[in-house]
Design a binder for this molecule. Structure first.
Ligand code: ATP
Length: 452
């Protein structure tokens, strides 16, 4: 794992996210819920913008991918077929002294767990670590009025299975021909044992997954390469620095037994976290559809009419976490810098304008001479097209800082000249340049620069 040369900004981000309403700890007034987070007013906009970009690129801008929204609760047999009941486990060790639990492969553990020389990374005691045991990561609950083993259902640990079981429903209702894909965005739940690092690893999170169905007799590896390239390009388009992104090929040990090839897209989160997976691109062969055929007893074959052939397609999967990518965006965007000619520095989130929660701040320079009224009129007009924030309190420099810190790309100031000739100044978050623009053109000026 390459060591990161980028600074660790996580602590500063956690504090900024709480102070400015991006992310709050779940049930905070009760002391919080372990590794579950709530998105506040700005966070929900950021994540929504991110999901919209994914949906646009993967579904709306293409004619070979269909979207769905499958239920979180599925038939329990689904998870037997998928292999999650038997295999969705992490080997864990417990410390008998401090009662903490660790992944068996935690690099901080010295020695072999279960032997007297093994040392607990938390309390430092020797010989207190248990042998590794398997731990199922799926959340269980009960369906219906009776809580017995017959009514056990699971909260889905990934969204993909909702796509597999609907493969023929979607194909037949849309008359898609292989190769084609199915995409969905939705919540997934994993009872992670060593969660942490803010929203990097949580117990409830959102995935954006797409399964692309291809003919096993076609050049399917070419599709795998195509999706690898497409997905990396998408991350570049979000404004993530290319030098902070790379592919990590799964080694023979990491590769699932049925997988033909797998690459992770990793992002450098800085500090000790360093490069970590944000998306997986997997060639899954016909494993999933074949297993569902076997467990459900229903055929999941595609009928290739021109060639009068039936086959179970291969699947190329792209699976990206919305929360983890939102965190990557924040880490990538965070910077502290000097401002030329000013004694006070500033904190900036250099988010891509299309992802920024607020697109423009609107400020009356002073609270008199018709400026507040004009600012309100402009804000109301712009609000029909994108989110704006009207701020009339404090020195203008302070108001700029408040918007810089949440990534607002443009700030519009209504000054003395504005009430005379109808123009306003628009300041660019990154260049700090100001331009004077006539009131009626402000909306178009910003829309053009938000891009997509
Ligand atoms: P990891 O090895 O980090 O646990 P994984 O290989 O299990 O991840 P996948 O099952 O391939 O992850 O899930 C695809 C994507 O879903 C990941 O790249 C990540 O962005 C996201 N994801 C998975 N687990 C979590 C989690 N607990 N919290 C937040 N995001 C997650």
């Amino acid at each position: 794992m390459p060591v990161s040369t980028n600074p660790d900004v996580m602590e500063k981000l956690v504090s900024l996210c709480k102070r400015r309403g991006f992310v709050f700890q779940s049930s905070e007034i009760y002391g919080g819920t372990g590794s579950v987070w709530d998105y506040g007013p700005l966070g929900v906009e950021l994540k929504k913008n991110l999901k919209d970009r994914w949906w646009h690129a993967m579904v709306r801008a293409r004619d070979d991918i269909q979207g769905i929204d499958a239920a979180i609760l599925m038939h329990p047999r689904v998870w037997e077929a998928s292999g999650h009941v038997a295999g969705f486990t992490d080997p864990m060790v417990d410390c008998r002294n401090c009662k903490k639990r660790f992944r068996a492969d935690d690099p901080k553990i010295k020695g072999t767990p279960g032997t007297p020389d093994a040392q607990c990374p938390a309390c430092g005691m020797k010989g207190t670590l248990s042998e590794a045991r398997l731990f199922n990561l799926m959340f269980k609950t009960f369906m219906g009025p009776v809580e017995d083993t017959a009514s056990v259902v699971y909260l889905r640990p990934e969204t993909a299975q909702g796509i597999y079981v609907n493969f023929l429903n979607v194909q037949q209702s849309t008359r898609q021909k292989v190769p084609f894909g199915i995409a969905q965005i939705g919540k997934a739940f994993r009872n992670e044992i060593t969660p942490g690092n803010f929203v990097f690893r949580t117990r409830e999170f959102e995935q954006m997954e797409m399964q692309f169905f291809v003919d096993p007799q076609s050049d399917h590896m070419q599709w795998f390469e195509y999706w690898k390239a497409q997905r990396m390009e998408w991350h570049h388009g979000l404004g993530l620095s290319p030098e902070r992104l790379h592919f990590h090929a799964h080694t023979a040990d990491e590769l699932a037994h049925y997988a033909r090839a797998a690459f992770d897209i990793q992002f450098d989160f800085g500090g000790t976290l360093g490069f970590q997976e944000i998306e997986g691109v997997h060639h899954r062969g016909d494993f999933d559809l074949s297993r569902h055929q076997e467990y459900s007893g229903k055929k999941l074959e595609y009928f290739d009419q021109p060639n009068n052939r039936r086959f179970v397609p291969y699947v190329i999967e792209t699976s990206v976490g919305a929360d983890r990518t939102a965190l990557a965006l924040l880490v990538n965007a965070y910077r502290e810098e000097e401002v030329p000619g000013e004694s006070e520095g500033r904190t900036v989130l250099g988010l891509h304008p299309s992802l920024a929660p607020i697109k423009a701040g609107v400020f009356p320079l002073v609270k008199k001479d018709g400026m507040p009224e004009m600012a309100e009129r402009i804000a109301a007009e712009l609000r029909r097209r994108f989110p704006v924030f009207l701020d009339d309190s404090g020195a203008i420099g302070r108001r700029y800082r408040r918007q810089d810190e949440v990534g607002t790309p443009f700030c519009i100031t209504v000054d003395g000249q504005s009430t005379q000739d109808g123009t306003v100044t628009i300041r660019d978050r990154d260049t700090l340049q100001q331009e004077r623009v006539a009131g009626p053109f402000v909306g178009d000026y910003i829309m053009e620069r938000i891009g997509n």
